[in-house]
Design a protein around this ligand. Sequence first.
Ligand SMILES: C[S@@+](CC[C@H](N)C(=O)[O-])C[C@H]1O[C@@H](n2cnc3c(N)ncnc32)[C@H](O)[C@@H]1O
Length: 269
Amino acid sequence: MTGTTKARYDGSILSFQQKRGQESSAFFLPFLKSDMRLLDIGCGPGNITATLAAHVGAAVGIDIQTRSIAAADELVEAAGIGNLSFREADMTTLPFDDEAFDAVFFHAVLYHQDQPTLTRTLAEAMRVLRPGGLVATRDADVGGNILHPDLPGLRIALDLWQRWYEHGEPDVLNFGRRQGAILRAHGFLPVWTGASYVNHSADEETRRETVEDARRSLNSLGVRLIERDGATQAELDEALSAWDVWGAEPDAVYLRCRCECIARKPGAA
Ligand SMILES: C[S@@+](CC[C@H](N)C(=O)[O-])C[C@H]1O[C@@H](n2cnc3c(N)ncnc32)[C@H](O)[C@@H]1O
């Protein structure tokens, strides 16, 4: 590993990654046991997988992106976690034996899938789980987001993001709350549902970063949406100025809803 690469995982980045990993997986931790084998599907840079690994016997993360797996491998090396490994793989054709895992985790992965991919992915999760094994999902529910002040321009901003990322699929706005029904429709037995929030307004600095991120994102995708007739300049302008108004409000709130669901594969507990 080069000195430059190693520097990316200094103490502050590691502790930020750990905090995010803990927030994202807290709902699942009470269900985990120290002898379990866990698979994190679509693990990204592996920070959530690393948190989960501390609560099970062995954890494996898979992701289709080479750069995500490279970052995850660096994280393992930097943090020195012995029971954790990562592998490049496609979640629709998992390179694991039937019933190889006691638990499967999806974080911010299923939301983005079209129906055929979702069905293939959940069939693979079912195959690699032992009977009675657990699947846990945590995903966005834009309809559950809390905004104050709830300015029309902010709603336009959320809509622009939805148009860009979710291809105009209206159901995706309420994906999070439908996870239990979706898992049940794919043969799992839901045992627990809940929700938590990602806080983008905790203090002044967080609010300032939220506005900067929103402006950067809207300026980038808004221009491309306008080019393909998916938005107007007036909508983009209203969205940008609403974030400025929101950022100037000392009691502004932006809490992004994440719905959570845990289900079992039918069979022996
Ligand atoms: C929004 S990211 C979430 C990453 C991580 N779970 C987290 O919450 O930090 C979605 C991840 O799913 C991965 N992904 C998308 N399609 C996939 C597929 N067919 N097989 C495996 N991973 C996939 C992407 O590469 C990406 O890392």
